[in-house]
Write a protein that binds this ligand. Sequence first.
Ligand SMILES: Nc1nc2c(ncn2[C@@H]2O[C@H](COP(=O)(O)OP(=O)(O)OP(=O)(O)O)[C@@H](O)[C@H]2O)c(=O)[nH]1
Ligand SMILES: [Mg+2]
Length: 626
Amino acid sequence: MLRRLLNLGILAHVDAGKTTLTERLLYSAGVIDEVGSVDKGTTRTDSLALEQQRGITIKSAVVSFPIDDVTVNLIDTPGHPDFIAEVERVLSVLDGAVLVVSAVEGVQPQTRILMRALQRLDVPTLLFVNKIDRAGADPERVLDEIEQRLTPAIVPMGSVDGLGTRAASFASFGTADGDLAERARAGKLHPVFFGSALTGAGVEEARTGIAQLLPARAGDDDRAVSARVFKIERGPTGDRIAYTRLFSGMVTVRDRLEAGKVTAIRVFADGDAVQRDAVRAHEIAKLWGLADVQIGDWLGERRNNAEHHFAPPTFESVVAAADPADGQPLRVPLGQLAEQDPLIDVRQDDARKEISVSLYGEVQREVIQATLDDEYGLEVSFHDTTTICVERPTGSGEAVEILNTPTNPFHADLGLRVEPARPDAGIEVLVDRRLDPRDAPLYTFKTFDAFVEHMGEYVRLALAEGLYGWQVTDCVVTVTKIAYSLADGPPSRRGPMPTARDMKRLVPLVLMQALEQGGSVVCEPVFRIAAEVPTEAIGAMLAALGRLGAGATTPTSRGELSVVEAILPASRVQELRRQLPGLTGGEGVLDSEFEGYRPVTGEPPTRRRLTPDPRNLVEYLAQVGR
Ligand SMILES: Nc1nc2c(ncn2[C@@H]2O[C@H](COP(=O)(O)OP(=O)(O)OP(=O)(O)O)[C@@H](O)[C@H]2O)c(=O)[nH]1
Ligand SMILES: [Mg+2]
């Protein structure tokens, strides 16, 4: 029988029971003889010491098990919002997903965020309403919440008996008919199972559902290689191990890829990662030998460009050795962590000898701290935590630099225009269609397309630090003029050809002038919060929101509880979290979800530049070297 493959993600909010369910599925498939426990630190997928100590998943982990003729590669993901980037990388390699919702806590903001991302990417998804054995479980309410807040396209697959007890069980309505299965496999309908990962109730039915209601695939090895790296691990000798999903083609040991030569392959198959000579379409493998590989890289053909599905980190902190006498450089260990972890964006300020990292939150910071301590014997502390802002152009600005003038020693004319684009549009780089391609320095860039591509890269690099030092985004940059000097041209244009290096240094010079002319505004990350508080505490809550400068919605009351929503800057959300227990007698619950960036009111915060500032021409030229 030809085996089919299904790469399956398990996603949910924190503590919903993903790892416990994974363990149960492995058990029910016969891959393990004993069900491990998160609370004892004995599960297959929470294998890191830190995960076992804390009882939470930090890194995604792959395990494989068979269901009939299907090999399922299950990827258990972390649910804590601080580790959302880990989920992001996994999303692009999935054929299907199980979204777990707790029958007690119900649909959480994180559940909504995950479901939206799955829908955007058209990943067929089953729902598993977990913890029906726990007191307070209310599957009917949760079903309503799913319908109202996630998707109306759901089909309950059975009913629950003995709710809220250890004996709680799931009774299936019977086999799914062909039409339902087809629509589920196409992602148009979401079957809902109920159960308990702890007792195993409903897990057998969910396992059958996974094979029948999600799209398993048979390989097509003949096509060109297209594969994606979604996780990187360091082996005991410091070698890089790239977790890779193949979409098409085949990769064999000794293949030379752009990122290096494949020296060993282990393919996930029925319980283990097995040593093989080749990995085929739809399989997931660990690849050794790719020295230059990075998380998110495509091997061979790229499939899509959609990259960011979730909010970016909103804070950054300076990291320093806890003991000032400890001369150990942090740069290498932090660099290695960043390599494995797309979450960690390291910023090195050479002038101040300071390193800072971007952060989602407190838990991630503790994890970085503990990892540096455990793996590198480095004790570090974090200080000066600040909000990461962005800059958006406010108006259109244009600048031109002509070669052989006192302000432009770079052997090329260059004109750039910066225009604002809609929020979240990102950066687009264009070339004015009226430009004559022959005016571009093709001697340097070979083709006009290559010239355009390089200009795009230089513009993006230069936009990393805007007028206030923040990343500039949501804009369109157009190359409006290009010309170069000629060895035998008229005296005013005579000179050597511009090099790529020249162009790279000239771009920031022109771009910053254009940006300055149009102006920019600093925007801070804001969150939409929903606070559920005892109705008698609502007055205090509204007053606190007022003090934090947030306009709130009119509270809606659900009996003894009232809910109020507001938009708050990231830093204020932290403050509100600290105040909440005091305001509500410990009864309040605060949900927050990244909303976007909004212009800051008052004095805009600035960030120290790490690259030479082109607005100070003399210093800029001295530093970049011409
Ligand atoms: N009563 C009960 N407890 C459960 C059930 N499933 C999981 N738990 C418990 O809930 C807690 C969290 O379970 P995990 O499996 O770690 O949840 P998770 O979704 O993997 O958590 P993160 O990976 O950290 O997001 C643990 O204490 C589990 O024992 C269930 O069905 N019933
Ligand atoms: Mg987990």
